[in-house]
Ligand binder design. Structure first.
Ligand code: V47
Length: 436
C-alpha cells in the first residue's frame, strides 16, 4: 500500500488470474491523512437538471464544416440527436469538439471546477458475478486468496483513518456477497452514520441494489427505503457498463440488464434519492453502442431527473477474463468527456475521474467539458486491480493546484454539489456558479 499522498508507487498486480499464483492480500492500515480541516458546513443550492440554454456567442462559421450543424444547435440551445452524437464520437476535429463542450461547460459552471474530500470503501470483493463480469479485475470467489471480507469494525476503522468527519463522503461499493444479508449492510450504514454523522453515504451500485432485491425478495423501492432509513444518502453510477445487449452479452452476461439498471435509478430518483451515471468504454463496444447508451441515460433524466454527474469510465485491461490488451488513449478519453457534455444536456456535471484518466489528463479534461475531478479517494481498488498506475489518493492541495493551473477556480463541494464552506465566508461567485 502507498505510504501517503506523495507516494506514487504503482499498486501492482495484486493478483493476476491470467498469469498464475495469487499472493494473499492482507488488509493494511492506511496511514493517517495529514489534515486538520475544520468541520464542514454546506450552503444550500438547488441541483439544476434543466437543459443548457442557448449560447449566442458561438459562431458556427468558425467550426469545420462537419461540426457546423452541431455548433448551430449548441448556439440555439437545441438538443443533439443520435446522428450528432455519432459525429461527436467520430469527428477528427477533437479540439473543435472540445471548444463546443467547453462553451457549454462555461455556460453552466463559469470558471468553477469542483472536487470533494471523499474516501472509497470496498467492504468485500467477493462476488457472485465473478465469472460473469469478464471486464472486472476486482471480484473474487470466496475461497480465492485475494478475496477479502471486512467486518463492520474494519469498515469503521478504514472510515476513521481518513480523518473521519473531515471527509464529506464515503463512496461504498463492493461485490455481491452470496452470504451477507442486506441487514449486514444496513447495520454498516447505521454504524457509519452513528460514528460519522456529517459524512454523506454514497453507496451501492444499481447492481448491488438489484441483488439485495433478488436475495431478500423485496421490491427495489423496499430495498432503497430500508437502506435510506439506515443512512443511505445517494447512489453512485457504477454497473451501467454499456447498455446494449450485444455488448452486455460479451462483457457481463447474466448481470442486471439495461432496463433493470435504469429501473433502479428511476425508482431512486422518484423517491428523491439522487444518483450518478457512468459508461464503461474502450473495450468491445462500437460507436453506436455508446450513442445508444448516452441517449438512454438522457431519456431517463428527462423522465425522472436525479442524475447529478456522468462519469465516463475508461476500460483498464489487466487481470481479467476479457482478453483485451489495449488501454484507451488520451484523445479517446477527452472525446468521451466532450461528447457527454454536449449530448447529456440535462445532466449538470461531467466528471473527469482522475484515478482513471490520470490527474494530468483530468486537468486537460476541464477544458473539454468536465467540471469535476472527483475527490481525494484515499484507497482505490477497482481500477488499481485492473492495472491503473495512478496514485491512491490526492490531497486537497493537489486537487486545487490541478484546477488552478488549468485556469479554473477550485470549489469544494459535497456529494450533491453544494459548495462547502469551511470556516470563512463562502465565495459568493462559487455559490452563484453552483446554482447557475
Ligand atoms: O461499475 C470495473 C468499472 C465501475 C473495470 O458515481 C472498470 O461518483 C475500467 O462506478 N476497467 C465502478 N472500469 C466505479 C464507478 C465510479 C467511479 C468513480 C465515481 C463514481 C461516482 C462511480 O468501474 C464499475 C465498472 O463500470 N470497472 N472494472 C475495468 N477493468
Amino acid at each position: 500500500m502507498p505510504s501517503g499522498p506523495r507516494d506514487r508507487r504503482p499498486v501492482r498486480l495484486l493478483y493476476c488470474r491470467l498469469r498464475g499464483a495469487p499472493p494473499a492480500r492482507p488488509l493494511q492500515p492506511i496511514p493517517a491523512y495529514p489534515s486538520s480541516e475544520p468541520s464542514p458546513t454546506v450552503t444550500a443550492a438547488p441541483s439544476p437538471y434543466e437543459r443548457t440554454p442557448p449560447i449566442p456567442e458561438i459562431d458556427p462559421a468558425r467550426f469545420p464544416e462537419p461540426l457546423r450543424a452541431i455548433a448551430a444547435k449548441v448556439r440555439g440551445g437545441e438538443r443533439l440527436d443520435a446522428d450528432d452524437a455519432t459525429l461527436c464520437q467520430t469527428t477528427p476535429h477533437l479540439l473543435h469538439l472540445g471548444r463546443l463542450a467547453d462553451a457549454v461547460r462555461r455556460r453552466r459552471h463559469g470558471d468553477v471546477a469542483y472536487y470533494n474530500l471523499n474516501r472509497h470503501i470496498n467492504p468485500t470483493n467477493v462476488c457472485v458475478y465473478t465469472y460473469n463480469c469478464k471486464f472486472c479485475s476486482f471480484a473474487a470467489l470466496k475461497d480465492e486468496p485475494h478475496a477479502w471480507e471486512m467486518t463492520h469494525d474494519e469498515v469503521y476503522r478504514r472510515a476513521a483513518e481518513q480523518g473521519g468527519n473531515e471527509v464529506t463522503e464515503f463512496h461504498i461499493v463492493g461485490g455481491l456477497h452470496p452470504e451477507w444479508p442486506m441487514s449486514w449492510y444496513e447495520e454498516m450504514l447505521r454504524g457509519l452514520r452513528e460514528r460519522f454523522p456529517a459524512v454523506h453515504l454514497k453507496a451501492f451500485t444499481a447492481i448491488e441494489i438489484g441483488w439485495f432485491a433478488k436475495r431478500e425478495k423485496l421490491s427495489i423501492e423496499e430495498v432503497l427505503g430500508r437502506l435510506r432509513e439506515a443512512g443511505l444518502g445517494s447512489l453512485p453510477g457504477g454497473g451501467a457498463e454499456i447498455f446494449h445487449p450485444e455488448v452486455r452479452e460479451v462483457i457481463c452476461d447474466g448481470k442486471l440488464d439495461a432496463d433493470e439498471w435504469i429501473e433502479v435509478h428511476r425508482v431512486a430518483h422518484r423517491m428523491g434519492i439522487e444518483s450518478n451515471c457512468t459508461m464503461l468504454y474502450g473495450h468491445v463496444e462500437r460507436v453506436e453502442h455508446r450513442v445508444d447508451h448516452l441517449l438512454r441515460l438522457r431519456a431517463l433524466q428527462d423522465e425522472s431527473p436525479g442524475f447529478n454527474a456522468f462519469i465516463p469510465l475508461a476500460y483498464h485491461p489487466e487481470n481479467n477474463y476479457l482478453g483485451l490488451e489495449h488501454h484507451t488513449t488520451g484523445s479517446e478519453d477527452l472525446r468521451q468527456i466532450a461528447t457527454a457534455r454536449l449530448v447529456l444536456d440535462n445532466v449538470p456535471h461531467v466528471k473527469a475521474y482522475w484515478v482513471m484518466v490520470t490527474p494530468k489528463l483530468a486537468q486537460v479534461a476541464l477544458r473539454f467539458g468536465a467540471d469535476d475531478l472527483d475527490g481525494t479517494v484515499v484507497e482505490e481498488t477497482i481500477y488499481h486491480m485492473a492495472g491503473a498506475e495512478t496514485a491512491q489518493q490526492l490531497t486537497r492541495g493537489e486537487l486545487e493546484r490541478l484546477v488552478r493551473e488549468a485556469g479554473f477556480r477550485p470549489v469544494e463541494r459535497d456529494t450533491l454539489y453544494r459548495p462547502i464552506e469551511r470556516g470563512g465566508a463562502p465565495e459568493p461567485a462559487a455559490a452563484a456558479a453552483a446554482t447557475a
